[in-house]
Design a protein around this ligand. Structure first.
Ligand SMILES: *Cc1c(COP(=O)(O)O)cnc(C)c1O
Length: 226
């Protein structure tokens, strides 16, 4: 974990992100309450995350199960109304741990994970809110279902495994314009009757809002460089 000397910058940076979301919403006629800010706290220790919790934030994103297990159970005792999102790749042998630790899993992307999550959810008696990750840029190194396979994958999650899906998530290629990827994700969600769209990070969340983002995942703009 990163050793942070001071976390005094978190509250003002968070306020600036909140203001930027409100501005982007105003520009496109959306209600700011329709955009959920997921504060991405990966790599930062609890002490650095605390100012965001104290400012009222309850929705956080982590990309590793083990790191979240070490950081969040103690914070959850103080802030029981957390909504913790897994935004990093999930291994099927970690599905039970992920269901125990996370309220939302944004990275469902292959049949093996779907089966493992369905099994873990049945045993736990609760199912996290689920998003399917779509690899909109078809990047070989990146997780996510390919765009042309998304419809069939979404259908199989619903029919074969009875898993309720909330929406879709994407991470556009770093060197591409993000907007066409956001538009593609929105189109796949619309034709599959999915309402939630997790898209937009520190560099591009204001672009994702006019294209329909319901969740923006913002890390460095709030917590500083990792
Ligand atoms: C790290 C991460 C983010 C946040 O990235 P920033 O550029 O720091 O805002 C968002 N989504 C995912 C999937 C990430 O891994």
């Amino acid at each position: 974990m990163v050793d942070i000397v001071s976390d005094a910058g978190v509250a003002p940076r968070l306020a600036a992100v909140r203001a930027r979301i409100a501005l982007a919403c105003r520009d496109c006629g959306r209600d700011p309450a329709s955009v959920t800010l997921v504060c991405v706290s990966k790599t930062f220790p609890a002490a650095h995350v605390l100012p965001a919790l104290e400012a009222g934030e309850r929705i956080f994103g982590e990309n590793r199960v083990q790191e979240a297990e070490a950081k969040w159970p103690a914070l959850r005792e103080r802030f029981p109304d957390l909504d913790l999102h897994l935004i990093g790749p999930l291994q099927s042998n970690k599905a039970h741990d992920a269901v125990a630790c996370f309220d939302t899993i944004e990275t469902v992307d292959r049949p093996k994970i779907v089966r493992a999550l369905a099994d873990a959810a049945a045993k736990a008696g609760r199912c996290p809110t689920l998003f399917v990750q779509v690899n909109t840029g078809a990047e070989p190194q990146k997780a996510g279902v390919l765009p042309q396979e998304a419809d069939a994958f979404i259908a199989s999650c619903r029919t074969e495994h009875g898993l309720p899906l909330a929406g879709l998530m994407c991470i556009p290629p770093v060197d591409d314009q993000a907007s066409p990827h956001f538009a593609l994700l929105a189109a796949i969600a619309a034709r599959n009757g999915l309402s939630a769209l997790s898209m937009g990070m520190s560099a591009d969340y204001p672009l994702a809002i006019p294209l329909g983002a319901t969740h923006v995942r913002v890390g460095s703009a709030i917590f500083g460089e990792r």
